[in-house]
Design a protein around this ligand. Structure first.
Ligand SMILES: Nc1nc2c(c(=O)[nH]1)N[C@H]1C(S)=C(S)[C@@H](COP(=O)(O)O)O[C@H]1N2
Ligand SMILES: [Mo]
Length: 526
């Protein structure tokens, strides 16, 4: 052991450099891991694998809070938080590594291997999913070791000018050139992190549905009638374009499913289990259906509802071919990303024509909406009826198999409530006095909308005019002409369905079977 100098390493780089260096090394490792993941298995990317594990482990109330607070930004926020926490941990490890090098490097490796473990423990994981985490660990540890070495040498050079390489360093002895080396090394690590992350994103975005040609339906619907959106500015369009359709799922990276290797299996308690390729599915007789999907997490007045024309094979056709046995009460569906969803057998067998859908608004399903195939079940909230990236339909019972959301205490029976939403005027907007349209949409899938009423400032309910009708499973647009007078006004709407049920005023939160209450909007007329 050497004697301890009175003032140990006076020129040794500041602790902050060690923190920053380890943080950058971890980022470089994660960038390399992300790139490798993009090539072999996008969801196994270190940050995403940890993020998915966090999603599944998050208690339902916290998840609800996140969805209602951040909306569809909940995923970027989660990924951002996981990244920040990881980088802070790496920084803290860097402080430790200044004096305890091998412990520090071991911890960097362990941090990265946590991501490999998270990827390996995903419900659909395969051995290859471990690779990105391992790459992250190797690159992270080597980068940290290298960078900390650069720091040590810069410190030594500054402390002992004679050990320096060049005359200018000897002359100044202030570590200026050492600092330059350190900065260059840091920039190098930053570049590796950014390049890995950027290339990874670019690779995992390439489309899979490029050359799919959808079959013509055996039953073709009339084109959807012209909606109210041209006349009533601000009302939701009658048909929601695919790129504007709400997206709700637990997938941090949108699964990119290769239609050539994809298969759909119908099995469980059936007489003749069978498996279809994508082409075999497309060769079956297809029908079209206009269906409005609604998410159970949609708050009153919320955005998680949309109407589309779906093309697909009735699920009943597939289940009849398989021969579902007595005693079965649910179809347990699975997706490529490991989601499991229980749908009541009845809803898939009756004449509502639930579909295994392959087309959405005249195009193959977009990847975000379940390519190559998904369930679309009219009348039930999406979490028990609309499995995306579908791979398996298993005939079973609720007693035997428990789906993802059921394990998290959500309802198993969840028909969509009769609801209406005011789209225009926007909440808290300012409008000129005079004739104004109050307009929106209303839905009561499986029952149909009979009417919508509007009231201003708690006055009498006034019947709104309804837009075109595309069947009981599709939403209706509505509007009311209103002679707006100056001041602050509260607008409310309520729908009544064809069964005669009027939307209830009672407020109920989305958990566990959908939100209820009247949508109310406050506007200022000038
Ligand atoms: N594989 C998979 N399918 C899923 C989900 C999911 O998380 N994973 N979420 C469901 C929920 S909660 C809803 S509301 C609908 C939403 O479908 P969309 O994103 O196409 O609008 O998909 C359903 N299908
Ligand atoms: Mo949902």
């Amino acid at each position: 052991m050497t004697t301890t100098p009175r003032n140990p390493a006076p020129h040794r780089p500041r602790a902050a450099w060690y923190a920053a260096g380890t943080l950058l090394a971890a980022a470089a490792g994660a960038g390399a891991g992300h790139l490798v993941a993009a090539l072999v298995s996008p969801s196994a990317s270190p940050v995403l694998a940890v993020g998915s594990t966090v999603i599944d482990a998050t208690p339902t109330p916290v998840k609800e809070w996140a969805v209602s607070t951040f909306g569809t930004a909940d995923k970027p926020i989660l990924v951002g938080s996981v990244t920040i926490v990881t980088l802070l941990l790496a920084g803290a490890i860097g402080l430790l590594a200044r004096d305890r090098r091998s412990l520090g490097l071991t911890l960097v490796g362990a941090l990265a291997l946590l991501a490999a473990a998270a990827a390996g423990l995903r419900p659909t994981s395969q051995p290859v999913d471990l690779l990105p985490g391992v790459v992250t660990a190797v690159v992270g540890v080597l980068a940290a070791q290298w960078f900390l070495g650069v720091l040590d040498r810069a410190g030594a050079a500054a402390a002992d000018p004679a050990a320096g390489a060049g005359p200018d360093r000897t002359a100044h002895g202030d570590g200026t050139s050492g600092r330059r080396t350190v900065l260059a090394a840091a920039a190098g690590l930053g570049a590796v992190a950014a390049a890995g992350g950027g290339l990874g994103q670019a690779f995992s975005r390439t489309s899979v549905a490029a050359d799919v040609v959808l079959p013509a339906p055996s039953v073709t619907l009339e084109p959807l009638p012209q909606g109210l959106e041209e006349m009533v500015r601000g009302v939701s369009s009658f048909r929601t374009p695919n790129d504007a359709f709400y997206r709700i799922d637990t997938a941090l990276v949108i699964p990119r499913v290769d239609p050539d290797s994809w298969q759909l299996t119908i099995d469980g308690d059936v007489d003749n289990p069978f498996t279809l390729s994508y082409q075999e599915l497309l060769d079956l007789p297809m029908i079209e259906k206009d269906v409005t999907l609604t998410c159970v997490s949609n708050e009153v007045g919320g955005p998680y509802v949309g109407g589309a024309r779906w093309l697909g094979v009735p699920v009943r056709t597939l289940l009849e071919r398989a021969g579902v046995r007595d005693g079965v009460d649910q179809i347990f569906s699975r997706s490529t990303d490991g989601m499991t969803i229980s749908t009541p057998l009845q809803a898939l067998m009756d004449d509502r024509d639930a579909l295994v859908a392959v087309g959405m608004n005249g195009e193959p399903l977009p990847a975000a909406h379940g390519f190559p195939a998904r369930l679309v079940t009219p009348g039930l909230y999406g979490f028990i009826s609309a499995t995306k990236w579908l791979t398996q339909l298993t005939a079973t019972t609720y007693a035997k198999d428990t789906a993802y959301w059921t394990e998290r205490d959500w309802a198993t029976e969840a028909p969509i409530y009769t609801e209406s939403r005011i789209d225009t005027p926007r909440p808290l907007s300012r409008q000129p006095a005079g004739e104004t349209f109050i307009g929106g949409v209303a839905w009561a899938q499986q029952r149909g909308i009979a009417g919508v009423e509007v009231r201003v400032d708690g006055g009498t309910w006034m019947p709104a005019e309804l837009g075109p009708d595309a069947g009981i499973d599709y939403w209706r647009q509505w509007f009311l002409r209103w002679d707006a007078t100056p001041g602050r006004h509260t607008l409310e709407a309520r729908a009544t369905d064809e069964d005669g049920n009027t939307q209830t005023e009672d407020r109920q939160s989305p958990f566990p079977r959908g939100a209820t209450g009247w949508h109310s909007v406050i506007v200022t007329i000038e």
